[in-house]
Ligand binder design. Structure first.
Ligand SMILES: Nc1ncnc2c1ncn2[C@@H]1O[C@H](COP(=O)(O)OP(=O)(O)O)[C@@H](O)[C@H]1O
Ligand SMILES: [Mg+2]
Length: 237
């Protein structure tokens, strides 16, 4: 059984249908990517899976439980955490306080906070050096690392990332993809949505191509990277 199973998910904004019944799954231990252009429905998919946008129809199961109608705050407790598009860290709070907010929703005790924060600082030494810095003054790459670090504070079974490479320099993009790969190696299953098809397919076990709210192609990362259609539409040649 897959860790996350999305079956025939349909989402509408008013009379506009953004997702036309999409189905995909993420197995334990995998990195799975939904690649798609701007407006394809990537964010809508992620937000509706975590319960932030209502589903018109379809079924979502996570870790064996039907979560189709489960509210967002309960979904985090089941072990699914997302790093939203544009990072959305608390700009006025320090790095340390942002990390605390990641743990806050889990209602853990102080000893656990400390251990978890150390775990994040170990993975992101740059955050440790900047723990008292106001988050809004971090660079784009550092803010992305903070957003990922904050998500890790809840020990997700499934970490979902919405365009983590957006707006970053090529060097930082490589660093962020390496971090995602490392997090996966350490046992966390990953669902990624990305416009950067080249980099994301290179680290993905499997991927799906989302176009205009429909899944039009799926396969292993390498199958899709060498597919004619993906090369033409997403890899510039
Ligand atoms: N709040 C909203 N209200 C109305 N339409 C929306 C809203 N958010 C997204 N859409 C539309 O839904 C479609 C998918 O958007 P989105 O999921 O943000 O795509 P992506 O993340 O792949 O760029 C687009 O056509 C977009 O204009
Ligand atoms: Mg988006």
């Amino acid at each position: 059984m897959a860790l996350l199973e999305v079956h025939d998910l349909e989402v509408c904004y008013g009379v506009i249908r953004a997702l036309h019944g999409i189905s995909f799954e993420v197995n334990q231990g995998e990195i799975v990517t939904l690649i798609g252009a701007n407006g394809a429905g990537k964010t809508t998919t992620m937000q509706s899976v975590v319960g932030l946008i209502p589903k018109k129809s379809g079924v979502v199961t996570f870790d064996g439980a039907d979560i189709t109608k489960t509210p967002c705050h309960k979904i985090v407790h089941l072990g699914m955490t997302q790093v939203p598009e544009g990072r959305r860290i608390f700009q006025e709070l320090s790095v340390y306080e942002n990390l605390l907010m990641g743990a806050y929703s889990m209602k853990k005790d102080q000893a656990d906070f400390k251990q978890d924060i150390e775990m994040v600082y170990e993975r992101f030494p740059r955050l440790a050096e900047r723990k008292n810095q106001i988050a809004g003054t971090l660079s784009g790459g550092e803010q992305q690392m903070l957003a990922i670090g904050r998500a890790l504070m809840s020990h997700p079974k499934l970490l979902m990332l919405d365009e983590p490479s957006m707006g970053l320099s090529p060097l930082l993009v490589d660093e962020v993809f390496k971090i995602i790969k490392d997090i996966n190696k350490d046992g966390t299953t990953i669902l990624l949505v990305e416009q950067n098809a080249g980099k994301s397919l290179a680290i993905s076990d499997r991927a799906y191509v989302l176009e205009n709210g429909k899944i039009v192609l799926s396969g292993t990362g390498s199958e899709l990277a060498s597919s004619e259609m993906v090369r033409k539409a997403y890899l510039g040649g």
